[in-house]
Design a protein around this ligand. Structure first.
Ligand SMILES: *Cc1c(COP(=O)(O)O)cnc(C)c1O
Length: 351
């Protein structure tokens, strides 16, 4: 059987998602979910959709969702496409634009899925490290596509608009900005789509709208890009329940904004508390923070000790990001438990 598998797949190192425990007694701060759950309108919309309608295929073009996003961001309907999570959108971009052997860049460190997608689509992955104060350089070789995670994951910082502007004026390929955490930043590169035909913005409802389980994401860009993605995607890529739930979530901006406000408040409080324990914290415009333990303590050991205490944070065993931990911002009570556990770990010098 093994030799029937494509060579590229046989040697592929797959994406490793954050641990999803079955047991709800864990404090889960590893995959940046929203601790507050979706808007009440989401539950109502799902209850209404749980009917005989389930026998019917969903709307193949997500027309209501596209209209809603077009209205929210002041773009036209033809510039919006929906996917089964933004991960699917990222994969569809590769499928529609990148030929085998072509080069794909990403400003690193970044979301680790891009590299895996390159392996799947047999593209050459070329990391471009951020410059000083998060500046962006234009690749000096031809690349078909560049990925930028902004706000950055795992660090949480954002780049300045001029940086992207400068690259776009020179870069002829497709420039993809993954704004999974854009709502927490409160800004966006969506305005650039009017000026540049080769920028594409990817967003998700998993984080700020708290819909991770339903898998809904969208992309915004020139209609030629959207048309290409539409050609290669599955006709029914977003199911009925997810479509109605996402629509309800998008309609309740007030609820989403209140969640963001509370998360940002807890984040800023948590940063000042964890700094008191001697951790270095990267500046974050997202719903997580990347923290580096004080001298003499290893991030991996702290990760393990926290896990034993049923607190799950994210540790990436990868050069350049294995010196710290990425911690999602949960409810204040959860962050308080985390802080007291960290205090115990540091005091006990058990690391
Ligand atoms: C969470 C996340 C995604 C995936 O979002 P889904 O819509 O749940 O697939 C994409 N990019 C980044 C940077 C993320 O953190």
């Amino acid at each position: 059987m093994k030799n029937l598998v494509k060579e590229s797949v046989a040697k592929l190192k797959p994406y490793v998602p954050g641990f999803q425990p079955k047991d709800s007694s864990y404090i889960k701060l590893n995959t940046n979910e929203n601790p507050f759950g979706p808007s009440p309108l989401v539950f109502e919309s799902i209850k209404k959709e749980l009917s005989e309608n389930l026998r019917l295929y969903p709307d193949p073009v997500c027309s209501e969702l596209r209209e809603k996003v077009a209205e929210l961001y002041g773009v036209s309907y033809e510039m919006v496409v929906f996917g089964n999570g933004s991960d699917e959108i990222l994969s569809l971009i590769m499928k529609a634009f990148v030929e085998k052997g072509e080069r794909v860049c990403a400003y690193t460190p970044c979301y680790s899925l891009y590299k895996v997608l390159c392996a799947i689509y047999e593209a050459e992955f070329l990391p471009i490290p951020y410059g000083s104060s998060f500046s962006l350089s234009c690749p000096d070789v031809f690349a078909k596509l560049i990925f930028l995670t902004n706000p950055n994951s795992p660090f949480g910082f954002c780049v300045k608009k001029e940086e992207v502007f400068r690259v776009l004026r020179r870069f002829p390929g497709l420039f993809v900005v993954d704004e999974a955490y854009g709502d927490f930043w409160g800004d966006t590169f969506i305005d650039f789509v009017k000026e540049f035909p080769n920028i594409f913005i990817v967003r998700t409802l998993s984080k700020s709208y708290s819909l991770a389980s339903l898998r809904v994401g969208f992309g915004i860009g020139n209609k030629k890009i959207v048309e290409a993605i539409d050609k290669v995607r599955d006709s029914y890529n977003v199911n009925r329940i997810s479509q109605v739930a996402a629509f309800a979530a998008l309609c309740d901006q007030e609820y989403k904004n209140e969640c963001i406000r509370r998360i940002v408040e807890v984040r800023d409080w948590f940063v000042s508390e964890i700094e008191k324990l001697g951790f270095y914290v990267y500046p974050s415009q997202a719903n997580f923070v990347f923290v580096v333990p004080p001298d003499g303590f290893s991030a991996k050991e702290i990760y393990k000790k926290l896990f034993e205490k049923k607190i799950i944070v994210r540790f990436f065993e990868e050069e350049g990001i294995d010196h710290g931990l990425r911690i999602s911002v949960g409810k204040k009570e959860e962050m308080e438990i985390l802080l007291s556990s960290l205090r115990e770990i540091l005091d006990g010098h058990s690391v």
